[in-house]
Design a protein around this ligand. Structure first.
Ligand SMILES: [Zn+2]
Length: 76
């Protein structure tokens, strides 16, 4: 698979559950649009500009002490 280049990599703290995760954003000139990625703990959705779905790696677990997961926008 051709992912172009690694556009960005950053750490993010989920503002819903407090989990920390690393986001690896693939880029490809001329093929970047708003791509979704999800918090690995609560599945809350975020978006960034990328050429493909960003890869998410969990760093530390949620800190809110809860177990709910955000509702998928693709489910009823
Ligand atoms: Zn979360």
């Amino acid at each position: 698979m051709n992912y172009g280049y690694q556009k960005d990599e950053f750490e993010q703290e989920c503002n819903t559950c407090g989990a920390k995760f690393k986001v690896n954003v693939p880029g490809q000139i001329g093929h970047e649009e708003s791509e979704e990625y999800f918090c690995p703990e609560c599945l809350c959705m975020y978006k960034t500009r990328a050429s493909n779905t960003p890869t998410v790696t969990l760093i530390s677990g949620r800190t809110d002490g809860k177990t709910f997961k955000c509702k998928s926008p693709y489910e009823d």
